[in-house]
Design a protein. Structure first.
Ligand code: HEM
Ligand SMILES: [Cu+2]
Lengths: 656, 206
């Protein structure tokens, strides 16, 4: 009995790993008990289920994505600090090689798939239906499924840390290293299944928002009147739909290699590891555009709003978005120039990569021209946007340097690369997402985030960023390779690494200020009573904050780009207020617990496959099928909000 | 076809609230899904093409493929696509009985296809040509098997719609559902045409 328990604790709970794991186990246990206790004490279980777990409302789903993204940002950030602590000094043994491998793997994977992706989906959900004058997305039920697949995929990935062991083959998980022969533990399976489950959700989101944008716009909202954020979402959805299946296939084949024993990417029996690497980057490169395009969209909204000018070159902005989304599919080989595809192939991909700079440059100049002679207000969203421009310009320039194939033989997989991609991912995506969060926060919650604390967060994060990553360019030139857990003292890398670690901690402090800012603002933040705190331009600012469940009591008819701004200029804002006689009963989708249960079923199946417990796996899959069948026979999934109720709500908001 | 056409107009479909518009929206969404499913198959095809001559110590395509068997599979699946089209056609003319009949024929043909494929797979596997034998076989079973899983899923799905159409007639959401499952079925047929050419024909001709 005791022996059996010891065995379980050592293999699954990894108790032989020592105090760090014990502490994490205890912390997780205490947190879970705490959450359960609070929910029970305040009798919030029913509220949780009715209002959140079963919701199909895009606004609430967006908020849930946002919360997850911030939590994952925290986890990925802690990973980053652990790594930087280890690298601060030469010959350091704070972490050993194995733990370092696990931590850069979870850091990279989490930051891209479980931080950046939910963050963009949060903004998709929060802003798109409101910007185009719709009451929800095209397929609200599917939207909930997407969220829960993301959630349980992320959960599956994250529990590997305390249950079975973390993956350690890098976020790219290249075979043959990630094959069973070289990587026995369940960690790699956690990676494959966690990503697979959330990836299915991402494809569904891509489909959903594409249908929403193309089919659910308010009358008069022609494509060329759409806000640029919505355009950027459309571009990102195109990329999702075409790129994610490649990831699905890459993961599935590697999983087959590992659990069935096939030979796709092994070196035995004719397998070809390069095939995985190609498939991975056929998805992987477009993926970085998936996370940057929505950030570009946010910047376009923010710049126009805070410079109080129409965006300069709207048409060229649209063309640039679309061009980037197409070109992004023809550059993937730049991730392995050194693998010897030959000069002609490398040349093609080098030129294509540099070509991406052209539409991107167009966009940057358009933002600058929009700011030129604008009456600029430096509120938080604008601050992050302004900081983005130089940061992304440097990141873009070093990207073009990396695209020079012959030169890449020098910097490939060095700290030069690390500095480059952090500069575009942080300076582009993270800055963009934070700008978007600050911008739409009042719309989501009805209050603004405190400016003063936000400025502290901003300066710590920005200065920290440069202190952390600029030295890494130099370290790359000095020969420091990525994914090394320590280095000898006599190479002279110590000083720059130490400076870099200081920068990482400054960013950490910046994040803490952000947390403080949110907590402080929940109580003391300025309330948004007008619904239009930034003097905005697009339809979402014509609604009260937070937006009522049905969004628009009467669907507006749009006559111009930046319609809300135009109406304000002409003193016609009254036109977007509902008139009592126009209000009709509103169709809304009903809540459903099934998307959540489906996520649980996927999770169960995932655990089954991770540990090769096939009974559990089959049970999980049966659960998935059961949810689908139940849905197929469901007819009555909508209801009407009666006119009186809409009138009542609108009157209470002072809009009638 | 009429339904497809309607998919491309209409702003803000949910507003009108009619089932017609909801259907158009679903059909549009389904087309997007098919696009991404097509990319999925394209990746599997690419993998197969790269690995098809990596036969290691195992059999080559020419050793393994049985011309009468895969010809029969092809004819059966193509016919089922035709009968599925007839079902949709009958539906558009409001002939429920006829539609149900053609759906049942389609289902039977689909079952026959899956049965034949399963027997082909077991025959090969028993002869030692298993998935684990060589990279070519891994890719072969995965590509063809993924299509087979899609067909099997289609059978389950079409059965559920058959039951619904049986119970509810051609009212409400049913026509849209029949149309969509039909789209799916034709899509699988198109994919099979590529499997037939790239895997089987090019395999035996090499
Ligand atoms: C917030 C501050 C951040 C710091 C201090 C940081 C630090 C690091 C460090 C030290 C490594 C490991 C380098 C190595 O040994 O090879 C790393 C890898 C990586 N980081 Fe970050 N990072 C940060 C934010 C981000 C963000 C926001 C993203 C993505 C959106 C990101 C994506 C990655 C990826 C993909 C890798 C590669 C993992 C691998 O080699 O498999 N990081 N980061
Ligand atoms: Cu790339």
């Amino acid at each position: 009995m005791w022996e059996g328990f010891r065995h379980f604790a050592d293999t699954y709970l990894m108790w032989n790993e020592g105090p760090l794991i014990w502490m994490s186990d205890v912390l997780i246990l205490l947190t879970s008990i705490g959450i359960v206790a609070v929910l029970t004490y305040f009798k919030k279980w029913k509220w949780l289920w009715d209002e959140w777990l079963t919701t199909v409302d895009h606004k609430k789903i967006g908020i849930m994505y946002l919360i997850c993204a911030l939590l994952m940002f925290f986890r990925g950030g802690v990973d980053a600090l652990l790594m930087r602590t280890q690298l601060a000094l030469p010959n350091n043994h704070f972490l050993d090689a194995e733990h370092y491998d696990q931590i850069f793997t979870t850091h990279g994977t989490i930051m891209i798939l479980f931080m950046a992706m939910p963050f963009i989906f949060a903004l998709f959900n929060i802003a798109v239906p409101l910007q185009i004058g719709a009451r929800d997305v095209a397929f609200p039920y599917l939207n909930a499924i997407s969220f829960w697949l993301f959630f349980f995929g992320a959960l599956l990935f994250n529990i590997s840390f305390v249950f079975g062991g973390s993956p350690d083959a890098g976020w790219t998980s290249y075979p043959p290293l990630s094959e069973l022969a070289f990587d026995k533990g369940p960690g790699e399976n956690f990676y494959l299944l966690g990503l697979q489950i959330s990836g299915i959700g991402s494809i569904a989101t891509g489909i959903n928002f594409m249908a929403t944008i193309l089919k659910m716009r308010a009358p008069g909202m022609t494509l060329m009147r759409m806000p640029l954020f919505t355009w950027s979402v459309l571009a990102a959805c195109v990329v999702i739909i075409f790129a994610f299946p490649a990831l699905t296939v890459a993961l599935a084949l590697l999983l087959l290699d590992r659990i069935v024993g096939t030979h796709f990417f092994t070196i035995l029996h004719g397998g070809n590891p390069m095939m995985f690497i190609n498939l991975f980057w056929i998805w992987g490169h477009p993926e970085v555009y998936i996370v940057i395009l929505p950030a570009f969209g946010v910047f376009s909204e923010v710049v126009a709003t805070f410079a109080r000018k129409r965006i300069f070159g709207y048409g060229s902005m649209v063309v640039a978005l679309m061009a980037i989304s197409v070109i992004s599919f023809f550059v993937w080989v730049h991730h392995f120039f050194t693998m010897g595809a030959g000069a002609d192939v490398n040349t093609f991909f080098a030129v294509a990569t540099m070509a991406v700079g052209i539409p991107t440059g167009v966009k940057v100049f358009n933002w600058l021209f929009t700011m030129y002679r604008g009456r600029i207000r430096m509120s938080l969203p604008m601050l992050w946007t302004v900081a983005f421009v130089p940061c992304f310009a440097i990141g873009g320039a070093t990207g073009v340097m990396l695209a020079v194939a012959p030169a890449d033989y020098q910097y490939h997989n060095s700290y030069f690369l690390i500095a480059h991609f952090h500069q575009v991912l942080i300076g582009g995506t993270v800055f963009g997402m934070l700008a978007g969060m600050y911008y739409w926060w009042p719309k989501m919650f009805g209050f603004l985030l405190d400016e003063r604390l936000g400025r502290w967060a901003f300066w710590f994060f920005n200065i920290g960023f440069y202190v952390c990553f600029m030295p890494q360019y130099a370290l790359g030139f000095m020969g420091m390779q990525r994914r090394m857990y320590t280095y000898p003292a006599d190479l002279g890398w110590g000083t720059l690494n130490f400076i870099s670690t200081i920068g990482a901690y400054l960013m950490g402090i910046g994040f803490l200020f952000m947390v403080a800012q949110i907590i402080y603002s929940i109580r003391y933040g300025q309330r948004d009573l007008t619904g239009d705190p930034w003097d905005g331009r697009t339809l979402e600012w014509s609604l009260p904050s937070p937006v009522p469940h049905y969004n628009f009591a009467v669907i507006p008819t749009v006559e111009d780009r930046d319609y809300w701004w135009v109406l304000k200029q002409q003193g016609r804002t009254q036109e977007l207020r509902p008139r009592p006689e126009e209000i009709q009963p509103i169709h809304m989708p009903k809540n459903s617990g099934r998307p959540f249960l489906m996520g649980v079923a996927f999770f169960v199946a995932g655990i089954g496959f991770v540990f090769n417990w096939y009974v559990l796996a089959v049970l999980g899959l049966l659960g998935v099928v059961a949810c689908m069948v139940a849905r197929a026979f469901e007819y009555d999934d909508e209801y009407h909000i009666p006119v009186e109720e809409v009138q009542h709500t609108e009157a209470a908001l002072g809009r009638l | 076809m009429a339904v497809v056409h309607e998919a491309s107009d209409a702003f803000n479909v949910r507003e009108h609230g009619h089932h017609h518009d909801e259907d158009a929206l679903r059909i549009f969404g389904f087309w997007i899904f098919l696009t991404s499913d097509l990319i999925l198959f394209a990746c599997l095809f690419a993998t197969y093409v790269i690995l098809s001559n990596h036969t290691g110590s195992g059999p080559t395509p020419a050793d393994m493929f049985d011309v009468p068997a895969f010809t029969a599979e092809t004819i059966i699946l193509l016919t089922s696509s035709f009968t599925c089209g007839l079902a949709t056609f009958a539906m558009h003319h409001g002939r429920r009985g006829l539609m149900l009949t053609w759906l049942i024929v389609t289902l039977l043909l689909g079952l026959a296809f899956v049965g034949l494929e399963a027997s082909e797979f077991t025959r090969n596997a028993l002869a030692g040509a298993t998935m684990q034998r060589s990279a070519f076989l891994s890719a072969f079973y995965t590509l063809v098997g993924t299509h087979g899983c899609h067909v099997s899923f289609g059978i389950l799905w079409m059965t559920s719609i058959l039951i619904q159409a049986w119970r509810k007639g051609l009212a409400g959401e049913i026509p849209g559902k029949v149309f969509i499952v039909g789209l799916y079925w034709h899509f699988l047929d198109v994919v099979w045409v590529f499997i037939f050419t790239v895997v089987y024909l090019m395999g035996v001709m090499r």
